[in-house]
Design a protein around this ligand. Structure first.
Ligand code: C2O
Ligand code: CU
Length: 494
């Protein structure tokens, strides 16, 4: 089933009527307006305020990704990739009806939000998959302010890079004072010369290496590049909510000519501080909120550069207009934190999690379905490439042993040891954790996160309180790694 965008919109019904409404409270940044008459959706759309339930329709449509050539068939929420930005205020109840108009089963996971387990969107673990044509209602209280996102958890190594992802913003009760908010969703996609997607999902070669990378980096759904302009006025202060929704790629972003303040990681406020070494590492699944002050003069422009891709300019900050204020503002105040229970390291139980495998990996041994195998056999027989604590698990297998069992209220420290040649952005569902140390060096800020990057052959120490009852996924957010064995669960017993 493949519908043109117009047909999709017709079949999707009245809920989409307001799709083209501009968002009231945010600015989509360096986005060209859609050329008249085209089915080009480059701006991050917003849903009508107050709709309840919010309808999210996962379907097939077309989108202009490259500037030239034909449009690209994508899978998307409500007809655009990224899907509509869902905005809530802290304390709101989210009521979201997901309709599956895809040719495959799906689910939606609310990455980072501490939702009740049954609302977490993990097929076979927290809910049955939503069959094609089916629906599922998600309802939860939005407890945590910050920048989050949503994406399928079913065959995510295919569904996410096809375009199924969107930002989810929860406004603080007392928002950070800025002139404007800008949302950037970075991702990538793999396109052939004729702009059709290369549909080589699920290759063991990608599972066992750095994951499947696209050849087109996208910013808010269309090709990134120096032509994507963020227009700033001198002295202006913007809050940039930055999300890496790529299925495997990490970004290392430099804002040349600027000294942005980092104000939160994964939605959790930190003491505002400059970007360490001027380069912001953003692993798959991670978010960073930045405050950028317009220090340039009218007429100047500056590159926003990704150093992971050999200095590729993803956008340009361009100055124009009258100064907003005579003098650039100084360090912003910290945002009020979300509610976190401080882990007590003195009485925490210690856990270890060891990663092995990958194509160049040591000849790891591991268990699959209870049988011990070496990594060659694991790859050849099961299409799996990685082990976590010496087991390799099929994505969302019905039969698996949790990696850890914890009691509700248990204080936990965990050391993750990466015995592989690849980096891994590890994500825990249902909880935030403090990052205590990276490669055995204590972090300065002990930031709260839900996804942490672990260097090749590196390590990471985290701590948290197991507070949210249920079975929670704990996996690598390189989605090809998750499908290749780096997918486990933590059970918190009530
Ligand atoms: Cu963003 Cu388990 O995922
Ligand atoms: Cu990984």
């Amino acid at each position: 089933m493949r519908l043109a965008r117009r047909e999709f919109l017709q079949s999707a019904g009245a809920a989409l009527g307001a799709l083209a409404l501009p968002s009231v409270s945010s600015d989509t940044g360096p986005l060209a307006p859609s050329p008249a008459g085209g089915s080009i959706c480059t701006a991050l759309p917003a849903l009508p305020a107050g709709a309840s339930p919010i309808e999210l329709i996962a379907g097939v449509c077309r989108q202009r990704i490259r500037a030239t050539g034909p449009e690209t068939p994508v899978w998307a929420f409500n007809g655009t990739a990224p899907g509509p930005t869902l905005r809530f205020r802290q304390g709101d109840t989210a009521d979201i009806l997901v309709r599956n108009a895809l040719p495959q089963a799906t689910t939606v996971h609310w990455h980072g939000l501490r939702v009740p387990n049954a609302m977490d969107g993990v097929p076979h673990v927290t809910q049955p998959p939503i069959a094609p044509g089916g629906t599922f209602g998600y309802r939860f209280r939005v407890e945590d302010a910050g920048t989050y996102w949503y994406h399928p958890h079913q065959s995510s190594f295919e569904q996410v890079p096809r375009g199924l992802f969107g930002m989810l913003v929860v406004e603080e009760r007392k928002p950070l004072p800025v002139d404007r908010e800008v949302l950037w969703v970075l991702a990538d996609c793999k396109l052939a010369d004729d702009n059709r997607p290369v549909e080589d999902f699920g290759r063991i070669l990608d599972f066992g290496t750095e994951g499947r990378h696209g050849n087109v980096i996208t910013l808010n759904g269309t090709a990134a590049g120096p032509h994507r302009r963020l227009e700033l006025r001198p002295g202006e202060r913007v809050r940039l909510r930055l999300l890496n929704a790529a299925s495997a790629r990490a970004f290392l972003v430099e804002f040349t000519g600027h000294a942005p303040w980092i104000v939160s990681y994964d939605g959790q406020p930190v003491r505002p501080h400059p970007v360490p070494d001027g380069r912001l590492l953003l692993g798959a699944g991670q978010r960073t909120d930045l405050v950028i002050d317009g220090t340039g003069a009218a007429g100047r422009s500056f590159a926003v550069r990704d150093h992971r891709r050999g200095g590729f300019d993803i956008a340009t900050i361009a100055y124009g207009g009258k100064p907003v204020r005579p003098k650039v503002l100084s360090r912003p105040a910290a945002i009020a934190p979300n509610r976190h229970t401080e882990p007590d390291l003195g009485r925490a139980t210690d856990h270890y999690l060891v990663f092995e495998g990958g194509v160049k990996g040591a000849p790891a041994i591991g268990k699959v379905d209870g049988k011990a195998l070496d990594v060659g056999e694991i790859m050849a027989r099961h299409g799996l490439a990685w082990t976590m604590n010496y087991t390799a698990q099929h994505e969302h297998a019905m039969m698996h042993e949790p990696l850890f069992r914890m009691r509700k209220g248990e204080h936990v420290t965990m050391k993750m040891i990466n015995n592989t040649d690849f980096e891994h952005p590890m994500h825990l569902h249902g909880h935030f954790f403090r990052v205590l140390a990276l490669n055995d060096v204590a972090t300065r800020l002990r930031e709260w996160r839900d996804t942490v990057m672990i260097d090749p052959r590196g390590s990471c120490d985290i701590a948290f309180v197991a507070e949210n009852v249920g079975e929670w996924m704990f996996h690598c957010h390189i989605l090809d790694h998750a499908a290749g064995g780096m997918m486990g669960t933590v059970v918190v017993e009530g």
